[in-house]
Design a protein around this ligand. Sequence first.
Ligand code: SF4
Length: 415
Amino acid sequence: MSLEFEKQRRREVRPTDQPPEGATSADAKPVISFAPAKPGKAPAHLADVDAKGRKQVLKDLGLPGFRADQLSRHYFDHFEADPAKMSDIPASMHDAIREGLLPELVRQVVAQHADGGMTIKHLWELFDGARVESVLMRYPQRTTLCISSQAGCGMACPFCATGQMGLTRNLSTGEIVDQVRQAQIACRDGELPGGPTHLSNVVFMGMGEPLANYRTVVNTLRRLIDPSPEGFGLSARNVTVSTVGLVPAIDKLAKEGMPVTLAVSLHAPDDDLRDELIPINSRWKVGELLDAARRYFVATGRRVSIEYALIKDMNDQEYRAQLLADELNKRGHGWAHVNPIPLNPTPGTIWTASTRRAQDTFVATLRNNGISTTIRDTRGSDIDGACGQLATAVKEANAKRRSINSDSTSIQETR
Ligand code: SF4
């Protein structure tokens, strides 16, 4: 290592220099968990099953199977979930359908508007009182929804308050899909400035590690991608599954035959730092993770996104950019795209913005080594931003500070 690189190492900030975000004690340690604290099951929903399954549910309810197609088209084409508003469904069937296929699964608690209304963050309450978020963001060329796949999260990343809450439970397919339906309504009804629009992109970057709720997330992907009446018919390439690195699940996903985009929240190219920054790295190391990401590319033809939040003096050194480039290049060329994510400055925390100089050097080092690299916008928790939570946590810290000084963000309580 050169003298300059040695100097960079001596200035390093470590994730352990501060208790985890949201920790209740100063000596709190990350505890990874795959077991939900409250393993409740959401009421069964039309989106949980495919067309055949819906027919069977109707038959079990004593209703004709052909209604499945009608109900599915109302739900996936017109985003309607209230049988009373479906003119071709007899009133005598409404209660049974509501109970057996279309229970209300996500109820809005709060809608928070930011970025001039172009970002809407929703807080949803589920049947058992658990709460999750989704974020809808309109851009000139696309409208993206960031969704939650779990209530809480068991991955215990130290920068993420959700991670310190632990895993409450996995969401059901219906609970995830209904976040998308709600966003479809907001787009259609022109709730974002600029008039009605279409939801084009969905990213699994809200609460939770999607691949830790594997079967449900794969089922959800089918509902998002399959055309009506099976699902919403979104383009697979516009759906992104983000992971902190559950290697066996990445390999499984590669074999599902759905060319969705895989985003790896890497944030460090070396095990020394990543073991502290992303605790699951103690189970699957950087090398194993990048090998799996490369296999995903080979199996699907989809270039993998490598998400890398630039944190001042922690992971933003030139030598780490070089190491990242080396790790990617030794597995081939053109298979991965790096998205460095600039954080907002947050004085008083170790999770703060790199200097502009460090950011420029990091990006130039990657590009000089032939790595395709795009600095990402951190609006909301857009993926094109990362496992979102780091960008979001920092953004929220800033928002709290801003709200003391101004009233630039409006919050609507809806109950
Ligand atoms: S950053 Fe993502 S994976 Fe890590 S604890 Fe938070 S929600 Fe879970």
